[in-house]
Write a protein of this length. Sequence first.
Length: 359
Amino acid sequence: MKKQIHNYLLAFLFFGVQFAQAQITVTRNDFANVNDIAVDAYDTLTGISPGSGGASQTWDFSALANHYADTNYFMAPSVTPYASTFASANIAAYNSLDSTYAFIDANTNTLNIVGYVAPNPFTGSPLALSFSPPVTQVTFPSTMSTAFNVNNATAVSTFYYSGTYLTFTFDSVRTTTIVNRTSSVDGWGTTITPVGTFSSLRQKMTEITDIAIEAYLTTPALGWTPVPLGQTDTTVHYYYIANGQNWPVAEIQTNYSGATTSAQYLLNATNSVPEINASGKDIIIYPNPSTGEFNVSSLSNKAVVLKIFDIDGKELERIAIDNSLRSFSVKSLAAGIYLFRVFDKTGSVIDTGKIAVQK
């Protein structure tokens, strides 16, 4: 009888351990929805490795530092100025670090990026890139060995930009961006970051991006002509995905030779929880996002004017700042992301940042 009980205990412990280490399944419910927020911390000095693939792995990124943070705001495409350009998208994600929008078609089977809006490197104005076919980011349900490819997702954008190079004169520029991806869930196990320990999958994605640039030459009259300013970039992304986090709990990027080029981890992923998103050099604005009522705290007492701009740089609001100012309202503004600048009495800009208005 004692031997039988002993065997039962061994079996219980064995299956208990197997259950504790069993791989998870990632579904659409584990990724962001409209009104969610994801804040990543970036380590700029890390030499950390993405680790190995396979079953029952431990990826320990607990030594990662928070050198700066980056926020992604998820909103309905209709609150952005670009909804008509990306009609198939049901989520727009605004990134506070590089001032870009990603337009996403998310459903129960897949999460596709249908396009981006980013600052034009030539003019600084917003430039829309609409991909055909869409660029798949992840498929559902995801488990070990789930895989997909993206083949020649192409976005072409043409804009007016005049200039002269040597003896050539041009009046327009055309960019063609082609994305190829190979993705596979190559491991499962435990991911450890400075904020917690997560049962997770590892998605390994190799991405090759080709950017070709053409100029429309008017002198001589050659029409569209390739210019030697394009580039090809190969990046390997390792995403560590957990249940209920709305965003990868960690991401490591390497170049094709395997050298780590970027490392980040999820600070928090929340549903519209207020956070400070000012640079903090002179003022702090909170809660951020807000429905339009913001509190303000001056750090140096040098600020005299706060100006609010839309994403295209048009001034929308001008607010006087003094020691008595404790809050301000921009409820008249539509939902979306806005820029602010803080000026001192000489008219110099002493602080900048972004605020998010939600309805």
